[in-house]
Design a protein around this ligand. Structure first.
Ligand code: AMP
Ligand code: TRP
Length: 355
């Protein structure tokens, strides 16, 4: 089982990123190793240039994100942790994939519509092309599984269709790449956690917690601590009842707190509800969620403080990952070039299939 995921080096990472994605990476790193395969985690700096950004800032945020991933438990001796732009195969494959991705579909993607609406000046063509690059990230490694939050569903569907269309059009004889069958490219599965696939903003629990769209007071950052963290939970928006039960539609605030509590303690929603049987009110639920989050994140904060200042060590870890990722992607790219009829034919290059 090969696992791949990507994360943007933009903004500060929040509890939604942590519960929905980062924690699943650490779990994926162990599961891939146990299956005798590899896991890859990529900090996607090329995706970050699709909206307005500052180059110096991008470098800093890339180190922040890398340090958060390491602090959360990704271990470069167990997984391949790398920077997207260090492996040119991603951009090359995205161009090749563009041959089967309809332009109309890209312009109808939710993220494109939201983000292009939010751009005050330029809507870059990179923003439109974002999902194609994301498809290439995963397909270059023939990954089986992609741990991400619920919000990535549309991107995953496009990726799966791109793999199917390339296979059908250019290499039907190699198989469909799904249902346990081989193929030129593999059609990957999305993996979202059962609890916490969509963590909501504490101030507006009908909106997902987000770096860009949400409220500062309603967004819990993984590095928040002490009073600042406490304030966010204490001020969390609930409802005018008193009953603690899980009901996303009727009680979004309380349900979100229950989900955060359950995810942080690694228990089910039912168990989280049961643990609140003696609560005197929503205040107790807020305190329970706060305590659980604080306990879960305290070790991460400590390790982050140790790791982040040593940029040379972060670069060394990324370089090690880039070397392995380059090796793994080269085989896929050689096969895709051959199937699509671009570049030096295999008969002349001396390359072996899959090499
Ligand atoms: P990003 O920071 O946009 O690169 O997102 C990194 C990962 O976090 C992706 O897998 C997202 O699906 C996931 N994610 C982002 N926001 C949330 C949220 N509010 N709840 C759960 N997962 C999320
Ligand atoms: N689009 C993803 C997000 O916003 C980030 C991403 C880029 C990604 N490439 C990926 C996620 C490949 C999974 C696999 O969170």
């Amino acid at each position: 089982m090969r696992i791949f995921s990507g994360i943007q080096p933009t903004g500060k990472k929040h509890l939604g990123n942590y519960i929905g994605a980062i924690r699943q990476y650490v779990d994926g790193q162990e599961r891939a190793a146990a299956s005798g395969d590899e896991s890859l985690f990529c900090v996607v700096d090329l995706h970050a240039v699709t909206v307005a950004y500052d180059p110096a800032e991008l470098r800093e945020r890339l180190y922040d994100t890398t340090a958060v991933l390491l602090a959360a438990g990704l271990d470069p001796s167990k997984c391949v942790l790398f920077r997207q732009s260090d492996v040119p195969a991603h951009t090359e494959l995205s161009w090749l994939l563009s041959s089967v991705v309809p332009n109309g579909r890209l312009s109808r993607m939710h993220q494109f519509r939201d983000k292009s609406g939010a751009q005050r000046e330029l809507v870059s063509s990179g923003l439109l092309f974002y999902p194609v690059l994301m498809a290439a990230d995963v397909l270059a490694y023939r990954a089986d599984e992609v741990p991400v939050g619920e919000d990535q569903r549309e991107h995953l569907e496009l990726m799966r269709d791109a793999a199917r269309d390339i296979n059908r059009r250019f290499a039907p004889e190699l198989g469909p790449g799904e249902g346990g069958k081989p193929g030129l490219l593999m059609v990957p599965e999305q993996r979202t956690p059962e609890v916490g696939a969509r963590v909501m903003d504490l101030q507006d629990p009908t909106r997902k917690m987000s770096t860009t769209g949400g409220s500062v007071e309603g967004t819990v950052y993984v590095l928040d601590e002490g009073k600042a963290l406490e304030k966010k939970f204490k001020r969390a928006v609930t409802d005018s009842e008193t009953e603690i039960r899980y009901d996303r539609a009727e009680k979004p605030g309380v349900s979100n707190l229950l989900e955060i509590l359950a995810a942080s303690k690694r228990i089910s929603i039912d168990e989280a509800v049961a643990s609140m049987a003696d609560a005197r009110g929503y205040g107790d639920l807020k305190m329970a969620a706060l305590t659980a989050v604080d306990e879960e994140l305290a070790p991460l904060r400590e390790r982050y403080a140790e790791l982040r200042p040593d940029v040379a060590a972060l670069e060394a870890a990324l370089a090690q990952g880039a070397a392995r990722a380059t090796e793994l992607a080269a085989g896929t790219l050689a096969d895709v070039r051959e199937a699509m009829g671009v570049g030096v034919p295999r008969a002349f290059s001396g390359a072996r299939p899959g090499a």
